[in-house]
Each structure stands twice: as structure tokens, then as C-alpha cells.
Design a protein around this ligand. Structure first.
Ligand SMILES: Cc1cc2nc3c(=O)[nH]c(=O)nc-3n(C[C@H](O)[C@H](O)[C@H](O)COP(=O)(O)OP(=O)(O)OC[C@H]3O[C@@H](n4cnc5c(N)ncnc54)[C@H](O)[C@@H]3O)c2cc1C
Length: 392
């Protein structure tokens, strides 16, 4: 039977980032296996995401994770290049703009103070400043906006995943196309995993990076209460003949968002809590675009009155139903089971920061660069939730 020091379940952006940071750490010299059931990543959150990165979070640690994320993306060659070809992830640093009516100002202002306190590149624009900077925007009902003018924008999620994976492989990480179907545990210790082929593998440490399947994997390890649910989100690609100069990713007070995608635009909106069931299918509901999004978009940007939907897709958030934040670290009941789960719509940008943090936890038994212990599983038992307010 094969033995690995670390087995990572799930090899999309999070699993591959962890694999890279761990294998690149000179203080770690163990054997790493990544088990990924679908190396095309066709249904992973990673491949189906909107690709955004921003500094506008309400929790300090989420801002710091994204600050490192932006710096990592800007210097990606120095981390992940391994031959003559520079890494291309198409990072478009066009900013993020959260809009607020009068009602939203206290939260916007409070978040802004938290963000400035850790040095995020954000500024508040009042109504007339918004109009001056983005003359295509209808600001009639707006009081202000939080503009992330640096270290914010969007990039190609699949390219980032492949860059992590390719580099990790050059550093000795092994990838196996297989499905984990069982986890073997004695007492407080995992001893190994079983694959759908029937093969068993011994594991020193097991890391759960399985996205929307995180609760299933946790159950295999005997943990029944990981609060990660699969929740469907749609993205619509549309065409507008009018170009919007300097258009950032815009988040409307309604929660709807849009951003440029090449010559076109993408948009989406999260459903209300009552209309957000657990969901595994990929069926499209086009009425979300026709009946909800389009009226909001046309009201916010008059040029969006004349748009044409070109295509669309559905993906799933690995949604932490308790406080919409990551669940990170060693599980209190299983000494060698590490969680990297529940990213709730902001995990892509967190991959570099979380990958680095988990690699530290494995190597040194503690976080070194960024203390992410606020995301520990223990917070649920203590009912000490850590709510992120800016979930798009
Ligand atoms: C529509 C949408 C928009 C988004 N927009 C953004 C955004 O703008 N910015 C942002 O930061 N984040 C965004 N996200 C969230 C982000 O995509 C995710 O948080 C992130 O990609 C999670 O990565 P992951 O590797 O943890 O999970 P995933 O990408 O889901 O990968 C999990 C992997 O585990 C594998 N796996 C599962 N079970 C098993 C098993 N038993 N055996 C082997 N392999 C297994 C799966 O095949 C999969 O490849 C968005 C998500 C969606 C759906």
C-alpha cells in the first residue's frame, strides 16, 4: 500500500495552491498526493467562478488574504514560472465598486474604516464624484460608493489553477485522477483513504479541499456537522454596443453585479436566503436574467437598456451557512484532518493566502505569516461566529 505524508482531497484552485506552497517550503520534505476525481474541473466552483479579487471585505483577515492574493497575482512569475514561458492569468486590475444608497452608508463607512486600517487601496466616492468618474452610471438614488482602485479586478481562474498545479508537479507533487470514497480513522487519527477503484492509501495528514463536497468528505471522517452547503449561482454573459470607459466590477445596492468580459459583460445576483435551497444541478433559470437582473442593470446603467444575452452558466458556491466565511485548520476531534472549506463565493482570490497558511500549519503546526485562527472550526461549537458582511 502506498504511503503519503499529506493527501489533499480536491485538486482545483485550493488543493493545488496548498500543494504548491507545501512542496515549495524548504522546511517540508514529505510526500504529497493530490486526489482529484475530475481533472477537467468542469463542475468545480473554480472553473465556473466570476474570477474577481477585491479588498472590500468586512473582516480584517479577509482583506489581508486578498492583499496577499493581489500581490501574488501581480508577481506570479516569481512564484510559479518554471520554464521560459511567463504565466498568463490575464489579471485585469480595473477595480471594484460597491454602491450604496443612504440605507447602506453606515455599513459601507464601517467597512471602509476596517479596510483603510490595514492599508487597503479603497476610497469613498460621493454622488458627484461617482458621476464624474463613471459618467455612464445612474447615481440618482446613490449616496456614495466604495471604490477599490488598486489590487482589485478579475483574472482567469482556470489558468491560475493550472499554474499552481504545473508548478507543484515540478516540485514533486503527485496528482491522481480518482475519487475518494472512504476515509479510515482510528480514534482521533485518520490512517488512510479508499478510492473508488478499491485501492487504499496510507496518509499522515488529510486535507479536505473538496469544495462543495466538503461536508461529504467530512462525514467520511466521522464529522457530521461541517456547515458547508452547495448553493447554485448563475452567471450571464451579455453584449452591449456602448462601451463603458474604465468600468470596474460594480456591485449594485441590490446585490446584482456586472463587469466587462472582453468586449462583452458578465453579471449575476445571489438569491434571497429563502430562495436559496441546497442544490447540485446545473439547470439554468433564464428568468433570473430577464426578470431580475436586466431591470436592475438598465436602471443603473442607461446604456444597458439595449443589451443581448449571449450565453450563461450555473456554478455552485461551497456556502458556509453559519457565517459565510472560510472554515480552516485542524478539526478539533481529528488530529490529522485539515479543513480548507466553506469559501462562500470568495475562495478563488483566497487561494494564495489560504494555500500559504495551510502549508504553514502542516509544516510548523501553526500559522506564521497571517494568523487565520479566527476561521477555526471551533467557533461553531462556541457559537462564536465570524460573519463576513460583503458576500456577493
Ligand atoms: C458563480 C460563481 C462565482 C464566483 N465568483 C468568485 C469571485 O469572483 N471571486 C472569488 O474569489 N471566488 C468566486 N467564487 C468562489 C470560488 O470559485 C470558490 O470559492 C473556489 O474556487 C473554491 O475552490 P476549491 O478548490 O475549494 O473548490 P472547487 O473549485 O469546487 O474544487 C473542489 C475539487 O474537489 C474535487 N472533489 C470533490 N470531491 C472529491 C472526491 N471525493 N475525490 C476527489 N476529488 C473530489 C472536485 O472534483 C473539484 O475539482 C465563485 C463561485 C461561483 C460558483
Amino acid at each position: 500500500m502506498e504511503t503519503y505524508d499529506v493527501v489533499i482531497i480536491g485538486g482545483a484552485v485550493m488543493g493545488s495552491s496548498i500543494a504548491y506552497f507545501l512542496s515549495n517550503n524548504p522546511d517540508f520534505d514529505g510526500k504529497i498526493l493530490v486526489v482529484e476525481k475530475d481533472p477537467t474541473y468542469a463542475q468545480s466552483s473554480t472553473s465556473l467562478s466570476a474570477g474577481g479579487i477585491r479588498q472590500q471585505f468586512s473582516n480584517t483577515e479577509n482583506i489581508q488574504i486578498s492583499q496577499f492574493g493581489a500581490s501574488f497575482l501581480k508577481n506570479i512569475d516569481s512564484y510559479l514560472q518554471f520554464d521560459d514561458d511567463p504565466i498568463s492569468i490575464d489579471f485585469t486590475e480595473k477595480g471594484y465598486l460597491f454602491l450604496a444608497t443612504k440605507k447602506g452608508i453606515p455599513v459601507l463607512q464601517k467597512n471602509h474604516e476596517t479596510q483603510r486600517a490595514v492599508g487597503a487601496s479603497v476610497q469613498i466616492l460621493n454622488q458627484s464624484q461617482l458621476k464624474e468618474k463613471f459618467d455612464w452610471l445612474n447615481v440618482d438614488d446613490l449616496e456614495a460608493g466604495s471604490y477599490g482602485y488598486e489590487d482589485a479586478g478579475w483574472f482567469d481562474p482556470h489558468c491560475l489553477t493550472m499554474a499552481f498545479k504545473n508548478k507543484a508537479k515540478t516540485l514533486g507533487v503527485e496528482y491522481l485522477k480518482e475519487e475518494v470514497v472512504e476515509i479510515q480513522r482510528t480514534g482521533q487519527q485518520i490512517i488512510g483513504i479508499k478510492l473508488s477503484s478499491g485501492e487504499k492509501i496510507n496518509a499522515g495528514i488529510v486535507i479536505n479541499a473538496s469544495g462543495t463536497k466538503a461536508s461529504n468528505i467530512a462525514k467520511m471522517a466521522g464529522i457530521q456537522d461541517l456547515p458547508v452547503h452547495s448553493r447554485k449561482r448563475f452567471i450571464f454573459l451579455f453584449k452591449c454596443l456602448t462601451q463603458l470607459p474604465d468600468c470596474p466590477l460594480v456591485v449594485d445596492p441590490s446585490g446584482a453585479y456586472f463587469r466587462p468580459e472582453g468586449q462583452n459583460y458578465i453579471c449575476g445576483i445571489s438569491p434571497s436566503e429563502e430562495n436559496d435551497p441546497d442544490c447540485d444541478d446545473f439547470y439554468m433559470d433564464y428568468s433570473v436574467f430577464e426578470e431580475q437582473l436586466w431591470p436592475i442593470l438598465a436602471q443603473r446603467v442607461p446604456a444597458f437598456d439595449a443589451i443581448k444575452r449571449i450565453s450563461s452558466w450555473a456554478g455552485h458556491y461551497a456556502y458556509n451557512v453559519k457565517d459565510q466565511n472560510a472554515i480552516l485548520g485542524i478539526h478539533p476531534e481529528v488530529n490529522n484532518f485539515i479543513l480548507a472549506n466553506g469559501f462562500s463565493g470568495h475562495g478563488l482570490q483566497q487561494a494564495p493566502g489560504v494555500g500559504r497558511a495551510v502549508s504553514e500549519l502542516v509544516t510548523y503546526g501553526q500559522y506564521r505569516t497571517l494568523d487565520l485562527s479566527c476561521f477555526a472550526f471551533e467557533r461553531f461549537a462556541d457559537n462564536n461566529l465570524y460573519q463576513e458582511l460583503n458576500v456577493v
